[in-house]
Design a protein around this ligand. Structure first.
Ligand SMILES: Cc1cc2nc3c(=O)[nH]c(=O)nc-3n(C[C@H](O)[C@H](O)[C@H](O)COP(=O)(O)OP(=O)(O)OC[C@H]3O[C@@H](n4cnc5c(N)ncnc54)[C@H](O)[C@@H]3O)c2cc1C
Length: 238
């Protein structure tokens, strides 16, 4: 029996591991678009904050997949599925047939339809590659603006402060931080404690436009204020 799993995130990797536990003879192939082996995405926050080194981001030690007899193909993007096979086609033209196909391709970050999103210096954070690029971008000490005061936006803000980013703002369109998790009192307490760490908040404010020629220089809010920025991170959900 051959099982092809698309996606080497948590769902794909644990599916492969579990199938191996149930069937020692199955031919299990995990195909992932990213070039890195599986890592839990929460580790990206600790890595960004400088709390763990790169090698600690990954879930399993070298040789784990071989010991599990999982064939891992990295840097391969599936572009089509033929359910009659079933079979999967890849960007490089390869085709892989399977007895069972598992789709574990996850989600993508959402980006609001803002004018100016095509500029350099705008990030969404989902992958290790995104974090490595962000670390490169903050080396020159730019002002950072995070759009989104939800869990990811605040985790990123905290991590960036720990990395030494000094000029850091968070814009949240709702009237409080963590609008899905906290009531107004709780959100107010959280905001006060985060402000003490040096993070600036624009609450109940919506970004209208990303400013700059080629490179981002700031964010214009709907009320007309402009926040200077060399890096903008969009953390608006996925
Ligand atoms: C920074 C960060 C911190 C987080 N922290 C937490 C937390 O503390 N607690 C929590 O519960 N959740 C957290 N999450 C969310 C959690 O990481 C996700 O719920 C989880 O990653 C979902 O796993 P998944 O395997 O379904 O999808 P994903 O992790 O998205 O993995 C899917 C994989 O499939 C690959 N793929 C997609 N399309 C293709 C294709 N066509 N061909 C080949 N491969 C493809 C992708 O490249 C990706 O590697 C966090 C997310 C982020 C980004």
């Amino acid at each position: 029996m051959r099982v092809v799993i698309l996606g080497n995130g948590l769902a794909g990797t644990i599916s492969g591991k579990t199938i191996r536990e149930l069937d020692s003879a199955a031919d299990i192939i995990i195909c992932g678009e990213e070039k890195y082996p599986y890592y839990p995405r929460p580790n990206l926050i600790d890595f960004l904050a400088g709390l763990i080194p790169l090698e600690k981001v990954f879930a399993f030690a070298e040789g784990w997949a071989e010991r599990q007899r999982l064939q891992i193909q990295l840097g391969v993007r599936a572009t089509a599925i033929d359910p009659s096979g079933p079979a999967v086609e890849f960007e490089d033209g390869r085709r892989l047939t399977a007895d069972y196909l598992v789709l574990a391709t996850g989600a993508c970050p959402a980006t609001p339809p803002l004018p100016g999103l095509d500029k350099d210096g705008i990030f969404t954070i989902r992958t290790l590659e995104d974090v490595l690029e962000l670390l490169e971008a903050i080396k020159s000490g730019p002002e950072v603006v995070i759009l989104g005061g939800g869990l990811l936006g605040l985790e990123l803000a905290r991590a960036l402060r720990m990395r030494g980013v000094e000029r850091l703002s968070v814009v949240e369109v709702f009237n409080r931080l963590l609008p899905r998790q906290l009531d107004e009192t709780g959100a107010g307490l959280l905001q006060t404690s985060l402000e003490k760490t040096g993070i600036k908040f624009f609450i109940g404010q919506e970004a209208a436009e990303i400013l700059g020629e080629g490179r981002v220089t700031g964010v214009r809010l709907k009320d007309g204020q402009t926040i200077p920025a060399g890096v903008v991170i969009i953390a608006a959900g996925g």
